[in-house]
Design a protein around this ligand. Structure first.
Ligand code: GLN
Length: 484
């Protein structure tokens, strides 16, 4: 592949008849096949060729489609009619979606061709894409390492250039953290900016669908199509998207706050990348100051005490009676019990149990309601911070990609990988991970991501900042060397 994949360029080429949706699909499928050892995809969309033909007919009929013929991969917890939607779980291994999620449907209506479903941690619970029933996804930069999670398949797919863009979902960092560990962009929009209709729920007050890409303009391309109110999702906001990328001019006078609580505990390469990012912003005329968000130290605890109870409630529907896999039993209770015992993996079972416990009478006040108070305080601190600055900055992850198996036996170590990302979900804010550098570990260059956080509904600002950094030549987006 020559140059950085560009969704914008592919769409233009289809509109000018320099290529066809079918030709783009063939290239993408060939790349998927060549990258099979990464295990980035759970399944290929059996209707992709038909979809490409449909788009070609619309282009031939003179329609101008914002995403004409653009191949895209979506996470396997996003329903697409006629595709398997396993959520990385045995319990849904044969489940075929009878409908399409609004976000995916808007992309298709605009001409995108969904070529397959991306691997993920089971029910989006994890930070490494090791808990999938379909086996782990490998990091294209180093196959001995994880791609991050839970949208690890989407991030690995974009990092290996299988498609220029992909969709993930982000409940506590699952778009941003794998984006950081794979060296691509990942956007978590403001809660409600993108419809959740058709996204299999993990923790409904935190979940958001977001795009991954190599270029800020490609994120803008997708967001302008996907975002906006959806009558099927009552939490979706009526905030029409107006995304564009910026130039270095957008950085002049920008007030940047680096969150003090995110400065400790990072690897040397992450610290160096953060410093280089702040220097670049400063050189372009931004002002940089430190800002404290004291409740950040409680964010992980609060997040898991909110996410797990919501998950325990959301996952009650998977009992073998309506969706997916069913184990036989002497009566309905025995069947449901066995179905859940065999259908769910260990981490999902752990979370259902902890979540149910935290909601139970006597423990609700000690755990769940205290976590909700921290959530409130955290939101107040962010509001106070945004009185002084336009954007906040932290590393996306305190370390680059870790080795497979390194954290699987220690759930708390795995949860700690989200230390910089969960606060944004608790408060509903938009945040973007930008590929800003590398850290060489054991002779291998591993990507490092920097996170930008904006006030609610200021998602557009994040892409202008990213475009500004691109204009300065500061962004380090590239396809992983083995796939370039
Ligand atoms: N790693 C976090 C968790 O396991 C976040 C997952 C996500 O955003 N879906 O809950």
């Amino acid at each position: 592949m020559s140059g950085l994949p560009s969704a914008t360029a592919l769409v233009r080429a289809v509109q000018t008849r320099d290529t066809t949706p079918q030709a783009l699909l063939d290239v993408a499928l060939a790349r998927v096949q060549a990258a099979a050892p990464l295990n980035a995809l759970v399944s290929v969309n059996p209707h992709a060729a038909q979809d490409a033909a449909g788009v070609a007919a619309r282009v031939d009929a003179g329609e101008t489609l914002p995403l004409a013929g653009l191949p895209i991969i979506v996470k396997d917890n996003i329903n697409v009619t006629g595709t398997r939607t396993t959520c990385g779980s045995r319990i849904l291994d044969r489940y075929v979606s009878p409908y399409t999620a609004t976000a995916a449907r808007r992309l298709q209506d605009a001409g995108a061709v969904i070529i397959g479903k991306a691997n993920m941690d089971e029910f989006a619970m994890g930070s490494s894409t090791e808990s999938s029933a379909s086996g782990p996804t490998l990091n294209p930069w180093d196959p001995a390492r994880v791609p991050g999670g839970s949208s690890g398949g989407s991030a690995a797919a974009v990092a290996a250039g299988l498609t220029a863009v992909a969709l993930g979902s982000d409940t506590g960092g699952s778009v941003r953290q794998p984006a950081a560990l794979c060296g691509v962009y990942g956007l978590k929009p403001t809660y409600g900016r993108v419809s959740r209709f058709g996204l299999v729920a993990y923790a409904s007050s935190l979940d958001q669908i977001g795009p991954l890409a190599h270029r800020a303009e490609d994120l803008a391309l997708l967001m302008n199509v996907m975002a906006g109110h959806d009558p099927h999702d009552p939490t979706s906001l009526d905030a029409p998207p107006a995304f564009r990328t910026g130039t270095p001019d957008d950085l002049r006078g920008l007030r940047v706050g680096v969150i003090r609580e995110s400065l400790d505990g990072n690897t040397a390469g992450v610290t160096a990348t953060l410093t280089a990012t702040l220097d670049a912003l400063h050189s372009a005329g931004a002002t940089v100051q430190e800002i404290s968000v004291p409740q950040l130290r409680y964010a992980i605890a609060a997040y898991y005490l909110i996410a797990m109870p919501e998950a325990s409630s959301n996952l009650a529907r998977f009992d073998g009676m309506v969706y997916g896999h069913r184990e036989p039993g002497s009566d309905v209770t025995a069947s449901m019990t066995l179905t859940r015992e065999r259908g769910f993996g260990r981490e999902v079972q752990r979370r259902i149990m902890i979540g149910t416990y935290a909601l139970s009478s006597g423990y609700y006040d000690a755990y769940y309601s205290r976590a909700m108070k921290i959530r409130r305080r955290l939101a107040d601190s962010f509001t106070a911070a945004f009185a002084h600055v336009d954007v906040l900055v932290t590393p996306t992850s305190p370390f680059p990609a870790f080795r497979r198996g390194e954290k699987t036996s220690d759930p708390l170590a795995m949860y700690a990988a989200d230390v910089d990302t969960v606060a944004v979900n608790l408060t509903g804010l938009p945040a973007l991970s930008v590929p800003m550098g590398f850290e060489t570990v054991d002779g291998t260059a591993l990507p490092v991501g920097i996170q930008f956080i904006a006030p609610a509904l200021n998602d557009e600002l994040l892409l202008r900042v990213a475009g500004g950094l691109e204009g300065l030549g500061a962004v380090q987006a590239r396809v992983a060397p083995a796939y370039a």
